[in-house]
Design a protein around this ligand. Sequence first.
Ligand SMILES: Nc1ncnc2c1ncn2[C@@H]1O[C@H](COP(=O)(O)OP(=O)(O)O)[C@@H](O)[C@H]1O
Ligand SMILES: CC(=O)OP(=O)(O)O
Ligand SMILES: [Mg+2]
Length: 356
Amino acid sequence: MSVLTVNAGSSSLKWSVVDPPETLASGTVQRVTDHAAALRGVLDEAPLDALEVVAHRVVHGGERYSAPVRITDAVLDSIRDLSVLAPLHNPVNADGIEVAMEALPDVPHVAVFDTAFHATLPPRAHTYAVPRAWNVRRYGFHGTSHAYVSREAARLLGRDPEEVDVIVLHLGNGASASAVSKGRSIDTSMGLTPLEGLVMGTRSGDVDPALILHLRRTLNLSTDEIDKVLNSRSGLLALAGDNDMREVHRRIEAGDAAAELALDVYCYRIRKYVGAYLAALGGADAIAFTAGVGENDAIVRERSLSGLERLGIDLDPERNCAGGPVISSDASTVRVLVVPTDEELEMATQAVALVR
Ligand SMILES: Nc1ncnc2c1ncn2[C@@H]1O[C@H](COP(=O)(O)OP(=O)(O)O)[C@@H](O)[C@H]1O
Ligand SMILES: CC(=O)OP(=O)(O)O
Ligand SMILES: [Mg+2]
């Protein structure tokens, strides 16, 4: 019995065939522009015998979905309706579902939502101080990854997830931080949409909300233009000229001052969220770095957490360069970890639990 997972991210299409906890095959199509075409290619090549279920990553589940759900036409409609709150993701997630359901009509298809793990946010963390009638709130994203990585972090500490407080730093093309207390997400940096919080490849993260008014009034930009700039042409891309952190480092080595500033802004934002979540949790047992940048980039990890010894955070430079799993010194009261995420395995496990 096996599960096909489809993870249509903002910059890539990741897939795997999993027989939990075993991954039988997997692949990534990078720099995807046409997710539907890319998925058709994957479906031609992936080993799909004895397929039991297809698990689809869906970024925004809105108010309605706080757990995985079997996909029906009505579910697909509501995923499309939520596109306005996740413009880089829900449309391609929905396209992927349509392609896969057409190609594999005889197996159940399950949506696993990025927002689900953050359904436990307390009101003080998910409420914006704006009129109630607007019916907006913080949802948070990358939840499948934050769930998996916070559990893995507890395992590395040799403790039960219910006993530990962990800060997870998911640094991919999209990036978010979360505060996970005793297995439950209590705060996270992305908000109503995946735009808020950390600096990302092409997204600004936190800005003064009045920036949008300022742009409308002074540059006369339309809502769609502002949306496009903040989501697709900001972040590292705007500051350094490239959204890939590896290229940012290459430019810094070549003496590029703009790239140096971009890295500085990126890491300083992470540092501020770590401070905020240490306070929210009342201290943490561990900080876990994950996703493309978090798992591979020792410089980002060092820049984000250096000089925090007074907060109990003491990185070991050699362990950090070696890539973990433990990268803090023995004196560090907060253990700093590198934990490779596995959204595919987590999605597959959740989908199997739903259909069996
Ligand atoms: N060795 C590396 N050093 C620094 N950054 C890296 C490295 N490898 C990958 N990355 C970064 O990781 C990002 C992709 O992360 P990933 O988690 O796969 O993102 P997504 O799921 O959003 O597509 C790339 O944009 C790149 O900047
Ligand atoms: C929610 C989100 O930003 O996802 P990704 O990092 O895959 O773009
Ligand atoms: Mg991702």
